[in-house]
Design a protein around this ligand. Structure first.
Ligand code: HEM
Length: 135
């Protein structure tokens, strides 16, 4: 049983019961689906960056889908820094879908309709935040 009533939180809790570290799964999926993303990371020394980018993104997602205490603002802030890294905005948004699909695969039958609906809404809302960001 999970403790949370928030479907997005639930999806992370259920995944954590089955998988210690999402990092390799998320980046494998990202680079498979968007091979161009690989070259955006430095060849050496980018492993810690990838880990911290994912964990900060997850904190932002949980806050965005939950209490909105402030971490969710990372999403808007990082649009600018990623423009500078050369990450296209579509790819930036796609990172969230990659996280969702990784969770869906881990959860299997535990991926409920409620979780599915909550993730679809979240992905739409994130796309809207990014689209509203000024050039
Ligand atoms: C596929 C899409 C993305 C790509 C290709 C990408 C690429 C990068 C690159 C190249 C760096 C920095 C590298 C460096 O300093 O060497 C970085 C850092 C970072 N990214 Fe992303 N990014 C993506 C999506 C996102 C998203 C959606 C978020 C969160 C909303 C995010 C949050 C961060 C943060 C917080 C850092 C700094 C990490 C740290 O140094 O602690 N990124 N990203």
């Amino acid at each position: 049983m999970t403790s949370s009533s928030n479907p997005i939180e639930q999806s992370f809790e259920l995944a954590a019961e089955r998988c210690d570290d999402l990092t390799p799964l998320v980046y494998r999926r990202l680079f498979h689906r968007h091979p161009e993303a690989q070259a955006m990371f430095r060849t050496e020394g980018s492993e810690p960056v990838k880990g911290s980018m994912l964990s900060l993104t997850i904190e932002a997602i949980l806050d965005f889908a939950g209490e909105r205490t402030g971490h969710f603002r990372l999403i808007d802030c990082e649009v600018s820094s990623h423009d500078a890294y050369g990450t296209p905005r579509e790819l930036f948004v796609a990172f969230f879908a990659v996280i969702a699909d990784t969770l869906r695969e881990i959860l299997g039958e535990q991926w409920s309709d409620e979780i599915d609906a909550a993730w679809h809404k979240l992905l739409r809302d994130v796309a809207a935040v990014v689209a509203q960001h000024a050039e």
